[in-house]
Design a protein around this ligand. Structure first.
Ligand code: 0X9
Ligand code: ZN
Length: 421
């Protein structure tokens, strides 16, 4: 009996470990003509191929993670279509192990600051908001705004200059919508720190505006990616859904779940897909919470900024259509302010444009919703730089540089919005 349960335990363990990324590989591939572009697009529809980035413009790098059982097929398809590739990572499992080891460093507990020497848990980030509210009671206000599917508390922090004036204009920033994009909550936490703890240097950003910030929208997904190396590339929420053949799958892509042109383009109706739009618009509690916050501030909010990774893009509407909104020049002006500030600071080059035109078409995203439904005049998705040999893994040693560079861009965009509205 003992031996049998031992074997069962080992089998279970093996199946859990087997879910990891041992011998998964990551390739960079460039489509130089439309036929090659179509080949990549067709591959992206298969669950086995995880495209981290698939721009619709030719001659730009796409990045795809391929499981061991698909290597031969993948290389055969590339060969047949005369496509060059660069093997970026020969064993993703190994890289993730190393990343987790580096991130195990304990937080500097003697400091109330979170710091940039590691990626932080959702709990630590939530607690940090409360620490700030306690320490700066006249300037900082924390609000519980809802619960995730797994019952985690979602909070916003409102940062003011403490003058008590009601009805100020608002800039709303969120992060952590996609679980695996760890650098996003890190950057948003740095924004909070700058506005609160470095107030003197940044007070022009708070004279006529309050900032409302939600650092981790998809807290369930974010925690899931941190629990086990096998879950590192989780993107979606964690709501259970039944896929085809009664397969148990989880989650909807929150950035396909906003109810504006929902499911029209660039989203999947298959529950096991990475871009599953959900059974209906706003099926996910997390997107409903963002919707409700947006609705509650829409009359005063002039700038919605959502932080993702990766690819170094400053994207504005529309993402559901290749048409440009009438006011695209205003959107472009603000995005360009961020572009120029970052270029001047570090030399990093961002691509600026409408989502559909410079990246790909994808309906149901938060940026289009904020712009099209809440009528927030400036709505931007900022895709931070990638890093490491995967893309979603800027090494812990580069968090500091990335978040500081990002802040320079966000500050410049904030100032431009303040000047314009
Ligand atoms: O696909 C997305 O949701 C975003 N890119 S990511 O790699 N972080 O997943 C881009 C969204 C751009 N906005 C719209 N398509 N509306
Ligand atoms: Zn994202």
């Amino acid at each position: 009996m003992m031996i049998r349960s031992g074997i069962v335990f080992l089998l279970c363990l093996a199946s859990v470990l087997g879910k990891g990324y041992e011998n998964f590989k990551i390739y960079d591939v460039i489509a130089t003509n439309q036929k090659q572009g179509n080949v990549l697009f067709e591959l992206s529809k298969q669950d086995d191929y995880d495209f981290f980035i698939l721009p619709r413009i030719l001659n730009q790098t796409s990045r795809v993670m391929v499981p061991p059982q698909k290597q031969r097929e993948f290389l055969r398809i590339l060969g047949k279509n005369r496509m060059d590739y660069n093997l970026l990572n020969a064993n993703v499992g190994k890289t993730i192990e190393a990343e987790f080891a580096a991130n195990r460093k304990p937080r500097t507990w003697n400091s109330r600051k979170l710091g940039t020497e590691r990626y932080h848990s959702h709990d630590d980030i939530n607690n940090y908001l409360d620490v700030l509210a306690e320490e700066y009671p006249s300037r900082v206000f924390v609000k519980k705004v809802g619960k995730t599917y797994e019952n985690r508390t979602m909070k916003t922090i409102t940062i003011t200059n403490g003058d008590g004036k009601a009805n100020k204009k608002i800039i709303f920033v969120d992060g952590g919508m996609h679980a695996r994009e760890w650098i996003s909550p890190a950057a948003v936490v740095y924004v909070i720190e700058q506005l609160v703890e470095n107030y003197e240097e940044n007070k022009e950003l708070l004279a006529d505006y309050n900032w409302v910030i939600m650092p981790v929208v998809n807290a369930d997904g974010y925690e899931y990616t941190q629990q086990s190396t096998s879950n590192r590339f989780w993107r979606k929420t964690r709501t259970p859904y039944k896929g085809s053949l009664n397969r148990n799958c989880h989650g909807a892509d929150p950035n396909r779940n906003f109810d504006f042109h929902w499911m029209e383009e660039g989203a999947s109706s298959s529950p096991c897909s990475e871009t599953y739009a959900g059974p209906s618009g706003f099926s996910e509690p997390e997107t409903r919470v963002v919707r409700d916050v947006l609705t509650s501030i829409q009359d005063r909010c002039k700038f919605y900024l959502t932080i993702h990774s990766y690819g170094q893009y400053l994207l504005y509407p529309w993402g559901w259509s290749s048409d440009l909104p009438e006011t695209w020049k205003d959107l472009d002006e603000v995005a360009m302010a961020g572009y120029n500030a970052i270029l001047k600071e570090t030399g990093t080059i961002y691509t600026v444009g409408s989502s559909t035109n410079v990246l790909y078409v994808a309906a149901g995203a938060s940026d289009d919703y904020a712009f099209g439904v809440n009528n927030i005049p400036i709505s931007i998705t900022m895709e931070l730089p990638g890093g490491g040999t995967m893309g979603f893994d800027p090494p812990v040693s580069s968090i500091d540089g990335f978040v500081k560079e990002t802040w320079v861009g966000i500050k410049a965009m904030g100032l431009k919005v303040i000047e314009k509205y």
